[in-house]
Design a protein around this ligand. Structure first.
Ligand code: E4P
Length: 219
């Protein structure tokens, strides 16, 4: 399973890529993350594309088909590894279809149902982004949606990759991995939490305390 970082903070992404043992396969951004960063979208996407080799999702903000297509083309021109992100609306899917036919990778975002995911796959999306955390927030089961979409995509051999988004904790990541999701995009805090277990910390402390008593050194 591929792991993306859900952030527009280039220094944070860069630090994770450098320390990540090749674990970071791409980046996702959205208009809120770009706004939080305070950077220009063109500059920031260019910087992120230089930091990671894999796809960097950059989202359109127009809502009409023509507007999305024009913005999508401008974003795709920033770097070869841009994936244009479009919302799961009728116009968004038309734009996905048009861009995909031209060979541009498209990530269809704000997916909350398997019916929407079916349409995105038929529209030629490279990625579908179901938002598990936001579904959990309203008392639905986000991971159930991932299972449904994977069943549909497998049954019909769709090439669209399921990109689990709106990830809130490590349990979302491991459950998505067990289900066979292709990608999960993680806030940096959740990525770092994947390394952590209290028994690892406690065990290491005990080993080092015992080792110190021996007064030995290895080198
Ligand atoms: C990623 O593509 C999404 O934009 C992101 O995961 C949304 O996460 P949120 O629900 O925490 O805002």
């Amino acid at each position: 399973m591929k792991l993306f970082i859900d952030s527009a903070d280039v220094s944070e992404v860069s630090a994770l890529v450098k320390s990540g043992l090749g674990l970071i396969d791409g980046v996702t951004t959205n208009p809120s993350l770009i706004a939080q960063s305070g950077a220009s979208i063109h500059e920031r996407i260019k910087e992120l594309c230089a930091v990671v080799e894999g796809p960097v999702s950059a989202e359109v903000t127009a809502t009409s088909f023509d507007g999305m297509l024009e913005e999508g083309k401008a974003l795709a021109a920033i770097a070869k590894n841009v994936a244009v992100k479009v919302p799961l609306t009728e116009e968004g899917l038309r734009c996905c279809h048009a861009l995909s036919r031209e060979g541009t990778a498209v990530n269809v975002t704000l997916c909350f149902s398997s019916a929407q995911a079916l349409l995105a796959a038929k529209a030629g999306a490279s990625f579908i982004s179901p938002f598990v955390g936001r579904l959990d927030d309203i008392g639905h089961d986000g991971l159930q949606l991932i299972e449904e979409i994977l069943d549909i995509y497998r049954a019909h051999d769709f090439a669209t990759e399921v990109l689990v988004a709106s990830v809130r904790h490590t349990g979302h990541v491991t459950a998505a991995a067990r289900l066979g999701a292709h990608v999960a995009t993680l806030p940096p805090k959740v990525f770092r939490a994947l390394y952590k277990h209290p028994l690892t910390d406690r065990g290491l402390r005990a080993f080092l305390d015992d080792w110190e008593k021996t007064k030995q050194t290895i080198l």
